[in-house]
Ligand binder design. Structure first.
Ligand SMILES: O=P(O)(O)OP(=O)(O)OP(=O)(O)OC[C@H]1O[C@@H](n2cnc3c(O)ncnc32)[C@H](O)[C@@H]1O
Ligand SMILES: [Mg+2]
Length: 175
């Protein structure tokens, strides 16, 4: 079963592949696609929409059976700014399957810089004095001292997505 992944970011691609490593009948193709939302989504709603758009764009461009989209964003609450990440799994004959991940509070100065219009990836490189944080451990890796990295978090989302898909398949085939 051919699945198109709507990104070339290795932190995301490796996450999807590792989540499905025991399912050999599922093959993957990754490609860069438009998310249809801002480069830095700023609400759950916008982040979810970005994930759905990536999944659908990837599926259609690759003529694949399934499309998967993973999108990172930030939300503002009365407690401060939180990192949020969402994923979507789509196919021609079912409504998008959605899943979100754990969220953590960001330092206020990081959140405010993102709110002022700078992408989190850029803010994080400067904050951590590193290069390409978003393609490696991610903000979540930096702020959890490496205990949960971005790939691990997206692996969890990928399992939540495909798990729901397999459940739906089994249910409709009466298993
Ligand atoms: O190539 P794509 O798939 O777009 O990967 P990306 O790293 O840009 O990731 P997103 O578009 O999903 O995330 C939106 C922005 O938020 C940043 N971002 C999101 N989560 C992050 C994290 O955990 N660590 C660092 N940057 C993060 C990311 O770098 C982008 O600037
Ligand atoms: Mg991006």
């Amino acid at each position: 079963m051919k699945t198109a992944i709507g990104t070339l970011n290795p932190a995301k691609v490796n996450a999807v592949i590792s989540a499905l490593s025991n399912y050999e009948h599922i093959t993957f193709q990754s490609l860069k696609v438009p998310s249809g939302v801002s480069d830095q989504p700023f609400s759950d709603e916008e982040t979810i929409q970005g994930a759905i758009n990536r999944a659908e764009n990837a599926r259609k461009m690759e003529l694949a059976d399934l499309g998967i989209g993973l999108e990172g964003g930030i939300i503002e609450t009365s407690q401060g700014f939180y990192l949020c990440n969402w994923g979507a799994l789509t196919g021609a004959d079912f409504a998008p399957i959605i899943a979100g991940s754990a969220r953590i509070l960001l330092p206020d100065d990081v959140g405010r810089k993102v709110k002022s219009g700078i992408e989190l990836g850029i803010v994080m490189d400067e904050y951590a004095n590193q290069f390409n944080v978003s393609q490696n451990e991610g903000a979540i890796g930096i702020f959890t001292n490496g205990m949960v990295n971005r790939t691990e978090m997206f692996t969890h989302i990928s399992k939540l997505l495909f798990g729901q898909y397999f459940y739906m398949q089994n249910k409709s085939s009466g298993k």
